[in-house]
Design a protein around this ligand. Structure first.
Ligand code: AGP
Length: 614
């Protein structure tokens, strides 16, 4: 996600901001920009470039900016509009320049009213709307912080905003809602950053801003209020990790950071999809309702973890829409002469949007006249560009090769698609859809509880680190979770790990169970009691052959405990949502076990983040 830096102080503001942006590169981005304010000048100086920070640094070297002590900077992860110079931040209007992280959900309405009032917007971003609103507000009040508060009260969605003002060149103002912003406290200088990595090189004293707060920094002062201007309580803290860890936000591995970000990944993927009238809206959906009503077959194509997300999705999509749904490995799809018609909806799932197997499969599907909808985490990547419709997951950049938050966000996006089809086809009433969405909306908290209670999972990983073979079993949506748990362990710890459908064990795989073999079993939720009992039988079958069982079971369900050597408790969620909580302990387990074995968790051997060969 976007990186933000703001600075007022005695140093060269440009140097501080560029250094901060470099520290925030780990977040992933596709363009970058800065703006400087200089006393006595009635305009801001700004440079922005698409692509890597090196492009911006080159541009600054070609046309050096004047010395300044106040600056803001930004690395952008494109959401609204592709990564171009024009869409890069800061966005300017009149005396202000704005950088932004998040999504302004009501930006379309705000933009329409600005345009109706004669304002000309030059980018496709939601951020530029904020710059214009601020410019208008500053016609009424000269005070920048007052104007920011007034504008924030009109905004919906998630945003961190940081603003520089040519009329107040000694001030930077920041604001936040549902998106982080921290303040760095220095001596004769103060900082803003999307995380402390932005300024930890200069100060380790920080203040975390609360929800809906506005901060004004000068070189010597920090003032924090709520959106109505009331003084706000702040919590200062000392940063106790060093610069090396900063790039990973204090985590040892990107993967750990990404696992921890999963509550946000799920919440952000849901953001803005549910209108006040209960109607589900998918704004990147370029297929008409009539085209979707014609869909009589769904084929999901994907690779690796994304394929497992598709396997989970099949259960929900068929259940909610009654449309037959197949899931196929992208690398196999076009070699089997699949039956596709104009009313087939091919759904491709790809975190990177660049996986060649998936790309080739969607090209083939389109040649066969099927419609292609892509679920993707990377704005503007090739697969969404070549598709008829896109649902972007908003998980933020995933840097570790092993997918974690991307997987959970993909499942959520698939569920949104399933519910949307059910809505369009009139199979589900609005209140039914609202109820399901409310259940999904509660999942981030459930994931957080798993994360908060993960010490015993890490301990278990250390205990089992000497084993060379692991099995995972599950049924229904628990089956792909088992496959994903095994894949994580293979990728990270280079171990033999296999996932099975619980019912298949007795048809062969049970032969590999030896004395002490760890077998992870995902027990279905109590709301699916008939299936839960079957998995409990499967657990007994492997235990009778010497397996040591690790049972993932929902809180309050003690039925499997007599057959469990180790227990991992899962928050109680509806059956179809269980993968969103059950996968998390398996990610943590694999990550800890690989660390224990001394492997590079983020860059496992032989693997690449984006697989661009067939
Ligand atoms: C997951 O941990 C993997 N690294 C891999 O299986 C990945 O999911 C697969 O290559 C597909 O990638 P994509 O989602 O970017 O298309």
């Amino acid at each position: 996600m976007c990186g933000i830096v703001g600075y007022v102080g005695h140093r060269s503001a440009l140097d501080v901001v560029v250094a901060g942006l470099q520290r925030l590169e780990y977040r992933g981005y596709d363009s970058a920009g800065v703006a400087l304010a200089i006393p006595g000048e009635q305009q801001l100086h700004s440079v922005k470039r698409a692509g890597k920070l090196a492009n911006l640094i080159d541009a600054l070297a070609d046309e050096p900016l004047p010395e300044a002590h106040t600056a803001i900077g930004h690395t952008r992860w494109a959401t609204h509009g592709p990564p171009t110079n024009r869409n890069a931040h800061p966005h300017q209007s009149g005396r202000v320049a704005v950088v932004h992280n998040g999504i302004i959900e009501n930006f379309a309405t705000l933009r329409a009213s600005l345009e109706a009032a004669g304002r000309e917007l030059v980018s496709e971003t939601d951020t530029e709307v904020v710059a214009h609103l601020l410019d208008l507000e500053l016609e009424k009040t000269p005070d920048l912080a007052d104007a920011v508060r007034a504008v924030c009260r009109c905004l919906e969605g998630a945003f961190t905003l940081v603003i520089a003002d040519s009329t107040n060149p000694d001030v930077v103002v920041g604001a936040r809602r549902n998106s982080p912003l921290v303040v760095g406290r220095g001596h004769g200088e103060n900082f803003l950053g999307s995380d402390v990595a932005a300024f930890v090189e200069f100060t380790r004293e920080a203040i975390e801003l609360g929800q809906d707060q506005v901060v004004t920094i000068t070189a010597d002062d920090i003032v924090v209020t709520d959106f109505d201007g009331n003084p706000a309580e702040v919590s200062p803290y000392h940063i106790d990790w060093d610069i090396a860890a900063a790039e990973k936000g204090g985590y040892e591995w990107f993967m750990l950071k990404e696992i921890a970000e999963q509550p946000h990944a799920v919440a952000d993927t849901l953001l803005g999809r549910h209108a006040a009238n209960g109607q589900l809206q998918l704004d990147e959906m370029r297929l008409s309702d009539d085209e979707l009503r014609d869909v009589d077959q769904i084929v999901i194509i994907a690779c690796g973890t994304s394929f497992y997300a598709g396997m989970v999705a099949k259960y929900a999509i068929e259940h909610w829409t009654r449309i037959p749904c197949e899931v196929e490995l992208a690398s196999e799809f076009r070699y089997r002469d699949p039956i596709l018609t104009r009313s087939t909806l091919v759904v491709s799932i790809s975190q990177s949007g660049e996986t060649m197997d998936t790309l080739m499969a969607i090209r083939y599907a389109r040649e066969q006249r099927a419609r292609v909808l892509s679920i993707c985490n990377t704005n503007g990547a090739t697969i969404p560009r070549e598709s008829d419709a896109v649902i972007y997951t908003h998980a933020g950049p995933e840097i570790a090769v092993a997918s974690t938050k991307g997987f959970l966000a993909q499942i959520v996006a698939c569920y949104l698609l399933g519910l949307y089809l059910a809505q369009v086809k009139g199979i589900k009433f609005r209140d039914e859809i609202s109820r399901i969405l409310a259940d999904v909306g509660a999942v981030p908290n459930a994931i957080q509880r798993v994360l908060d209670d993960a010490d015993h999972i890490r301990k278990l990983a250390r205990e089992l680190a000497q084993h060379r073979s692991f099995l995972f079993i599950g049924r229904h949506v628990g089956f792909p979770v088992a496959l994903e748990g095994a894949l994580k362990l293979k990728e990270l710890a280079y171990l033999h790990a296999e996932g099975f459908a619980g019912g298949e064990l007795k048809h062969g795989p049970i032969a590999v169970v030896e004395d002490g073999t760890p077998v992870f079993a995902i027990v279905p939720s109590t709301s699916y009691a008939a299936l839960r009992d079957k998995v409990i039988s499967n657990i007994q079958e492997v235990r009778a052959r010497g397996a040591q069982t690790v049972v993932l079971v929902e809180e309050g369900d003690d039925s499997a405990l007599p057959f469990a050597d180790h227990v991992i408790r899962l928050p109680k969620v509806p059956t179809l949502l269980q993968p969103l909580v059950a996968t998390v302990p398996l990610q943590i387990f694999a990550c800890e076990l690989a660390s224990q074995l001394g492997y590079d968790v983020d860059q496992p051997r032989n693997l690449a983040k984006s697989v661009t060969v067939e």
